[in-house]
Design a protein around this ligand. Structure first.
Ligand SMILES: [Zn+2]
Ligand SMILES: [Zn+2]
Ligand SMILES: [Zn+2]
Length: 499
């Protein structure tokens, strides 16, 4: 939250905040911006907003934004990444948590009978592309079980071990968490950056084929897999996936999923998932630099844990796994120390320092993605090398960081729509608290349709940002207090993800 401390910025903030606060229009302005108040860089829109009666189709009111404070509508940027906008990222994380939880225990339109379905937590990592500094953990370093694995000596050896470039490939250090050495290759020249960025750009396709492979085997048992997955960028700059896989009866109505047929052995389901991860592989289209293409497979580190299987045999808790996935959904390439602005012909030069691992990865994306380098031109776009340039700022990974299968649970869009409805109800003091929540899922009779165009990004002044943020934070606290009180009265346990 912007806070005046010292220096010229502070005085500018205080001056503009005072100017806004002392204007006669202040209360109206604050009410107008409050819903986007905590956003770091809200989007400003101009145009008009029509109020439509959905029963008759009649436009009952039309408001030009010119008549509103500042002449614009403020919308939250909605950015998923915590480094871009902490407030919007927190909303995204909470929404992701909600939809993952709904798929696990029901709610938001998913029947609570899903609690009887087996659920597995699958982690798929990339293979090795060369030795890197690591903590030599035996499993994923922090898992939803909460058991962090102990860090060990990186690459111990008494005698030096030289590579073809004359570099010593041993490391007798124990790397602490957050050590910038972690994930860095021991020799940048030995490391296969080309193969790694190709893995990143093809990872979504490998996932798709893996799920297809598993689905075929599951179908024979009359079982269908629904999943929610997140992609995580490891410190070495390669993507890996965490997926929560719920198993449903193949023949059940997708809107009312039923548990797998009676007598289905949960261990057999787990074996099918592991087998799909171990045996799914494909070769990329040919490339001028590698005419036979690169082989794309998962690494050895495949992990599949039961969240629920058989008679309540639980290795990890449902809430922990949902919070874990939601947390990763708001991360991006931050862990590799690279920011996510798209790279262009004009900016590529400043991102390709050959002395750094990330520089080499971005250079590999740009080089392999050059026009005309792909040999097979009829390959589908999703396995095309041209995508490497478009996603060079993501080290080649062009997929979504958080996805789910259609049947897993509700969607982020549905959650956002529900929240908008709630906001509209909130603006109507004639509805009491209980009614308001009841109305959430009810039919709306009025609809707001915006005919808006982009006018700009961000707050007009640092003072505006301070006032909007402070007011929105206060409103959120009051809302939380009211909800806690209501929850307490109803005697319900209302759990939220840990911040
Ligand atoms: Zn935002
Ligand atoms: Zn090391
Ligand atoms: Zn070397």
């Amino acid at each position: 939250m912007p806070r005046p401390t010292s220096g010229p910025w502070a005085s500018d903030c205080a001056r503009t905040a005072f100017a806004r606060g002392s204007s006669p229009d202040y209360d109206r302005w604050l009410a107008h911006v409050l819903h986007a108040g905590e956003c770091t860089r809200p989007i400003r829109l101009t145009g008009r907003i029509d109020t439509v009666n959905t029963a008759t189709g009649e436009i009952t009111a039309s408001t030009p934004t010119a008549t509103l404070p500042d002449g614009v509508v403020y919308a939250s940027c909605g950015n998923r990444r915590a480094t871009a906008c902490p407030a919007c990222s927190a909303v995204y994380r909470a929404d992701t948590y909600q939809l993952i939880t709904a798929g696990l225990i029901g709610g938001k339109g998913i029947p609570d009978t899903v609690t009887t379905h087996p659920v597995y937590f699958l982690t798929l990592t990339a293979p090795s592309f060369g030795p890197v500094h690591s903590q030599r953990a035996t499993g994923p370093k922090t898992t939803p079980t909460g058991h962090g694995t102990r860090a060990r000596t990186c690459r111990p050896s008494r005698r030096p071990r030289y590579c073809a470039h004359g570099r010593d490939l041993r490391c007798n250090r124990v790397h602490a968490d957050g050590d910038p050495m972690l994930g860095r290759p021991l020799c940048l020249d030995c490391y296969d950056h080309d193969h790694q960025v190709t893995f990143n750009v093809m990872a979504g396709e490998l996932w798709r084929r893996t799920i297809d492979h598993a689905a075929k085997a599951l179908r024979r048992l009359r079982v269908r897999a629904s999943f929610a997955k997140v992609a995580e960028m490891q410190t070495r700059g390669v993507v890996h996936f965490h997926a929560l896989i719920r198993l449903d009866h193949l023949d059940s109505d997708p809107d009312h999923p039923m548990p797998p047929p009676a007598g289905t052995d949960p261990e057999q389901l787990r074996a099918i998932l592991l087998e799909a991860a171990a045996h799914t592989a494909f070769t990329t289209p040919g490339h001028t630099d590698k005419p036979d293409g690169w082989v794309i497979t998962w690494g050895q580190q495949v992990d599949c844990r039961a969240v629920r299987a058989g008679n309540d045999v639980t290795e990890i808790s449902e809430r922990a796994v949902a919070a874990y996935l939601a947390k990763y959904a708001t991360k991006s390439t931050e862990d590799t120390g690279h920011l996510s602005a798209r790279i262009t012909e004009a900016t590529i030069g400043i991102h390709t320092d050959p002395a750094t691992h990330v520089g080499r990865l971005i250079a590999a994306c740009w080089h392999l993605g050059r026009p005309g380098a792909q040999v097979e031109l009829d390959a589908p776009d999703r396995i095309s090398f041209a995508r490497l340039r478009r996603w060079a700022h993501m080290l080649g990974f062009g997929g979504h960081f958080s996805t789910k299968s259609r049947r897993y649970s509700t969607t982020l869009t549905a959650l956002r729509a529900a929240r908008k409805t709630w906001r509209r109800r909130q603006a109507r003091p004639d509805l009491d608290h209980a009614r308001r929540d009841e109305d959430l899922d009810g039919e709306d009779t009025t609809l707001l349709i915006g005919h808006l165009t982009y006018a700009g990004t961000g707050w007009h002044t640092t003072g505006d940002a301070l006032l909007a943020t402070t007011a929105a934070a206060r409103a959120r606290e009051q809302h939380q207090t009211a909800r806690d009180e209501l929850t307490h009265q109803l005697g319900q346990h209302h759990q939220e993800p840990a911040a």
